[in-house]
Design a protein around this ligand. Sequence first.
Ligand SMILES: Cc1cc2nc3c(=O)[nH]c(=O)nc-3n(C[C@H](O)[C@H](O)[C@H](O)COP(=O)(O)OP(=O)(O)OC[C@H]3O[C@@H](n4cnc5c(N)ncnc54)[C@H](O)[C@@H]3O)c2cc1C
Length: 356
Amino acid sequence: MTALLHANVTHLQANANANGLDHVVVSTLEGRRILARARSYVLACGGIENPRLLLAARDVQKDGIGNDNDLVGRFFMEHQHGRAGRVHTDDPFRLWHLFRKRRIAGGPPVAPTLLPSPDLQQTASILNTALTFKLQRDPSQGLLLNDRIYRHLKHQLPPDRTRRRLWHAYRDARGWVQRNLKPKIERLRSGAGARHLYAMVRAEQAPNPNSRVTLSGERDRLGMLKASLRWQLSDIDKQTVSALAESLGEELTRLGAGRVEKADWLEDPSPEWPLDPTVSKHPIGGYHHMGTTRMGSTPRTGVVDADGRVHGYHNLYVAGSSVFPTGGWANPTLTILALVHRLAEHLDDRLRQTDP
Ligand SMILES: Cc1cc2nc3c(=O)[nH]c(=O)nc-3n(C[C@H](O)[C@H](O)[C@H](O)COP(=O)(O)OP(=O)(O)OC[C@H]3O[C@@H](n4cnc5c(N)ncnc54)[C@H](O)[C@@H]3O)c2cc1C
């Protein structure tokens, strides 16, 4: 097997019958260009690049590959993060502590979340979004200095080896403080009234055809048209958070444990989602790009079939969360890997059938 590094696929060349890929064009920033030919091709470039490459391949089919029904790039979904409301309770620390992230010996950190029951989802017509709790100072005061440093090191410095080391060192030190000192610090701060308790969501987004990746008019250094993203939410995305906040409030009141003051933005009827840097490490979404080459049993409902094969193309497959028809609220990587294993088995069978 040969792996090519720093090799960018810049064109997917369809065959003249528009039913298979003939080759891909690979370019480097130094100006090298090669054609790569294979029996099967798997496009696994992420939820924005996958549709970009399919849409940009317009020389044989004018709307791009797999796009006869104008589905490529549509239904872009994320896991939007937000504040459902403030929880008023006599002992904010206790509730936070019950739900806080814990490390199981030898295992990864885990944290409980609150989810709507299937009954609540059905009766309130809402999605399956997760609630957690966060103790923090009044969010209108903005980010704490240590969060600002963290974000700067992680997102604003160039990702070279030295600066990544610096970020890792800071992240590890911060992790140690959070594991060992945070509960004590938070107990003191919330006891002194300097911390409030908030209900936070990591939300499911309903598939929305108008939420989409298209090609912009600008070109990148390799001459490819850049992607343009119009991420659009729907009413149900916000209604879900509102219904969850109400349900949490009812339950806390029933238990005599407190009440919920819903976040102001939930009362605004537009589907706009606020950018709130104090919500989590990810101020608005989870960096989970999904849905732009969705799976469907027919070309009218999806770009790829159940095997991940682009409808109408015998040798072109797509892997990654771009094939998700819906996104749930949970992190996508395990589902991506499960689908990739299935695709690998499918390709293995196929190659055995064609190899003598
Ligand atoms: C900061 C951050 C934190 C995250 N945390 C989590 C988490 O905790 N749990 C979780 O489940 N998910 C997490 N995710 C999301 C997860 O990383 C993605 O959902 C997942 O990596 C998507 O997998 P993929 O293989 O489809 O695409 P990617 O992992 O994006 O891989 C695409 C690859 O294609 C390459 N590529 C792109 N274009 C081209 C081209 N034209 N030619 C050649 N190569 C190309 C890219 O360089 C990249 O290597 C996180 C994402 C980010 C950014």
